[in-house]
Design a protein around this ligand. Structure first.
Ligand code: HEM
Length: 493
């Protein structure tokens, strides 16, 4: 797969600059012996085979470069070779131990003192450069998402529907004529991901210097400053109210819940709260927008599935008289199947269930995990296995609604933790935003599919893009859109 130059160009301003950096990094790799050092070299005595490393003293920069451009092929080939065994992936930035999904139940039983998910996310998203590093210190945001926000979703449903509907009206053309547009202005434009995607291309010791040459870094700083100017006064005000009247009514918004739920000084610190709110906002906007764009892209490429999904929406629309509640959304089995299929075919990341090993541990298979190692799972081990999914490399948007699958489909909705597809990871640290994502994505998709037609420019299907382990809908992708004449006017109640 070709190096995604547009994304890089956006992040770096020009490809020329990237070229200079790559040449510089290669030269530096030759001059400075530390680039030749093996990562996690203390872990190489475990008998695992290594992928993405041509020879033992190959500079890690080459593994990094191949991983940026070719992660999908590297993982596909490695999974075939591994045949369910664990293996070591040289990624250039670090070595990762790829474990088979059969170990998930055992891994789920290990405590955070053995496997830590947040450290791994902070490392992968370059938390020290993007501001996401705060998640190393606390899992407070996960607690708030699971214990406060998710249970409040039914009450937040009408407002969420109203806000998404207003945003669609503003962003999408209202003309009944075909119009070319970029449906995913939000995706990857987020400076956190721009900084992360670009800086993951260079060795860690160059990152603290080169990051300041990125326009995205300066935009990110401005973004954090703006967020701080809003969050800090609000947190201080909420704390003041909380001190004076502990039994006051808590407003249903994330900051009020955080101030209410904060137990320690750190959990009530306004800087920590700003960083956590920013991380949740950036991560969720990117993930949901990316997922919805990919689902629409798949539906447009398969008009028979799109027709079936739209007919189901239309039928339900007539039944509920255009007034959709959460139960109505949850009853759309064909839409739900198409969502699962897009998540299966194009996950947001090739590597799921990523954890840092916090102390030495021996698995039941005899594999010794060592402190400081990174472990992860390739989602494709199961999603591309014909024993789990018939013709796994073919898109079949309605596969989960087949007669012999429908009961299982109903029992395992899109939002549930499914260890075959691993959309949300698994275990205690599976995505805590899955219920919000499910609700927001269904509102968006029902509204868009009911009210708009979509097509490919020049009838040419869009390619999916990848960089490092991330798969995404390219923000420069254009699609044809027009408002449907017969749209029903959806309201969420
Ligand atoms: C379609 C949208 C989304 C997808 C596909 C997705 C997927 C994932 C996956 C695969 C993980 C890693 C789980 C694991 O390692 O076991 C994760 C973690 C996480 N997600 Fe999501 N996510 C989505 C949306 C959201 C949203 C909307 C939020 C917040 C409102 C959110 C917050 C988080 C957080 C905080 C974590 C880290 C949990 C931890 O390890 O501490 N996600 N997500």
């Amino acid at each position: 797969m070709a190096l995604d130059s547009t994304i890089l160009a956006q992040a770096w301003s020009s490809q020329q600059f990237l070229g200079i950096t790559v040449v510089f990094a290669i030269l530096a790799g030759i001059i400075f012996p530390r680039l030749f050092q093996k990562h996690n070299s203390h872990c190489d005595d475990d008998g695992l085979f290594t992928v993405n490393k041509r020879f033992s003293w190959e500079p890690s920069f080459f593994a990094r470069f191949r991983w940026i451009t070719n992660a999908q092929e590297i993982i596909t080939d490695a999974d075939i070779k591994a045949k369910g065994r664990p293996y070591r992936l040289a990624r250039g930035d670090t070595d990762q131990i790829l474990l088979p999904p059969t170990l998930i139940p055992e891994l789920n039983r290990l405590g955070a003192d053995v496997l830590n998910s947040r450290e791994s996310h902070a490392f992968g998203l370059l938390g020290h450069l993007t501001g996401m590093g705060v998640v190393r210190k606390t899992s407070f945001h996960v607690r708030v998402l699971l214990s406060y926000i998710s249970p409040a979703l039914p009450a937040m449903f009408p407002l969420t529907g109203e806000r998404i509907s207003a945003a669609i009206k503003e962003e999408f053309p209202q003309s009944h004529e075909w119009t070319v547009m970029k449906p995913s202005k939000a995706v990857v434009r987020c400076p956190i991901f721009q900084v992360c995607f670009a800086m993951r291309c260079v060795p860690s010791w160059l990152q603290p210097v080169l990051v300041w040459l990125l326009p995205a870094k300066w935009r990110l700083l401005r973004g954090w400053r703006k967020l701080t100017s809003y969050v800090v006064p609000r947190v201080l005000q909420l704390k003041e109210e909380f001190t004076h009247s502990r039994d006051r009514k808590v407003e249903p918004d994330v900051l009020s819940w955080m101030v209410e739920a904060g137990r320690s000084e750190m959990e009530r610190d306004h800087k920590v709260l700003t960083a956590l709110v920013g991380s949740i906002a950036a991560g969720s906007t990117y993930s949901i927008a990316n997922f919805c764009c990919r689902t629409i892209m798949d539906l447009v490429a398969h008009p028979d599935v799109l027709d079936a999904v739209r007919a189901e929406i239309r039928e339900k629309h007539a039944q509920v008289d255009g007034r959709w509640d959460m139960a109505a959304l949850a009853s759309l089995e064909k839409l739900e199947s198409a969502m699962k299929e897009s998540a299966r075919m194009t996950p947001g990341t090739l590597l799921v269930y990523s954890r840092v090993v916090k102390k030495d541990h021996v698995l039941s298979t005899g594999l010794k995990l060592k402190k400081g190692q990174f472990v992860t799972i390739s989602g494709a081990t199961r999603t591309m296995d014909p024993d789990y999914f018939e013709n796994p490399r073919e898109y079949n948007g309605l596969r989960f609604c087949a007669e012999d699958k429908i009961e299982e489909h109903r029992a395992r909705p899109f939002s549930s933790i499914d260890t075959d597809i691993l959309t949300w990871g698994a275990g205690r640290w599976a995505c805590p935003g899955r219920l919000i994502s499910d609700m927001a994505a269904k509102i968006l998709l029902v509204k868009l599919l009911d009210e708009y037609d979509f097509g490919f420019v020049g009838n040419k299907p869009l390619a999916r893009h990848s960089m490092h382990e991330f798969l995404f809908f390219h923000p420069e992708n254009q699609m044809l859109t027009r408002r449907r004449e017969d749209s029903g006017g959806t309201v969420f109640v």
